[in-house]
Design a protein around this ligand. Structure first.
Ligand code: F6R
Length: 270
């Protein structure tokens, strides 16, 4: 459905706006906090059903609040750890789970509840050595756990999702990726005084698209060009995030700044 046909509807309390767009639903929220609250609601909804769903988390500044709030929910007893199995998207090659700068370390320090799941064997870490046989085993393990039911996803300034940089084919699974210059620049602060690793193990676009539901978050003006490309550009490997338009069960949560580049973005800001 072209963006011109987007339907506007109010969301009680948080006043978001729903925008069906090529099988994506886009909501522009008034603040990062409001968007994070919607993302947290998604997590509650996914863990409310039967079974123990596999939830895959993303790292990075976009999800810091969500991870902190998740821990708060567990501490407050509103979400029980036995309601989910955790995994994540990607890891810098060679990073041990307790290594500062690494993704597992970030997830577990931001959300200590995930550290608890890791100790109990209920947080499935991405194999950081990138060995192809271990990556296939990892995929099999995720499938054995029922596959990812809810995938949280950020977007890079260059349109990457996980570490699938521009030019990555849409049909690949977990693999080792060479990081783009902008991605390494963004990662530099994590590894100071050292250098950011040049490569990462990442869920491929096919792995991401295999998730039952995907919640994409993007906040801030520097994400606006990538958000516009994701929603309004050609579906093409030059912007990996456009692959999400082929999925069918994707919710995109934006703050006003991230939506600012959309052709009619102002209409959706409240
Ligand atoms: C991290 C990941 C990356 C980030 C993206 C946005 O696990 O998969 O694709 O989601 O680079 O990073 P932030 O949130 O730091 O802007």
């Amino acid at each position: 459905m072209p963006l011109a046909e987007r339907a506007v509807c109010a969301d009680s309390g948080r006043m978001g706006v729903s925008v069906p767009s090529n099988a994506l639903t886009v909501r522009v929220l008034p603040s990062v906090e409001a968007a994070t609250e919607v993302a947290l609601d998604e997590l509650h909804a996914a863990t409310r059903g039967p079974g123990r769903p596999l939830i895959s988390f993303a790292t990075g500044s976009t999800f810091t609040a969500l991870l902190q709030w998740l821990h708060g929910e567990v501490v407050a007893g509103r979400l029980h750890l036995d309601r989910l199995v955790a995994t994540h998207l990607d890891e810098y090659v060679g990073c041990a789970p307790d290594q500062r700068g690494g993704m597992v370390h970030e997830l577990c320090t931001t959300c200590p509840s995930l550290a608890t799941l890791l100790r109990r064997g209920l947080f499935v870490p991405v194999p950081a050595d990138g060995d192809p046989a271990r990556l296939r085993q990892h995929e099999q393990r995720l499938a054995h756990l029922g596959g990812v039911q809810l995938q949280f996803l950020g977007i890079g300034r260059n349109g990457h999702i996980a570490f699938n940089e521009p030019g990555t084919d849409f049909d690949v699974g977990f693999h080792v990726a060479e990081l783009a210059t902008t991605t390494r620049d963004d990662a530099r602060a994590r590894f100071l005084p050292g250098e950011a690793p040049p490569c990462a193990v990442t869920a491929g676009i096919a792995s991401i698209l295999a998730s039952r539901r995907i919640v994409v978050c993007a906040f801030g003006r520097r994400k606006a060009p990538a958000v516009r490309a994701m929603l309004e550009g050609e579906v093409d490997s030059s912007c990996p995030a456009t692959a999400l338009r082929t999925h069918g069960n994707v919710l995109v949560l934006l703050d006003r700044d991230a939506a600012a580049g959309l052709r009619r973005g102002r209409e959706f800001a409240v």
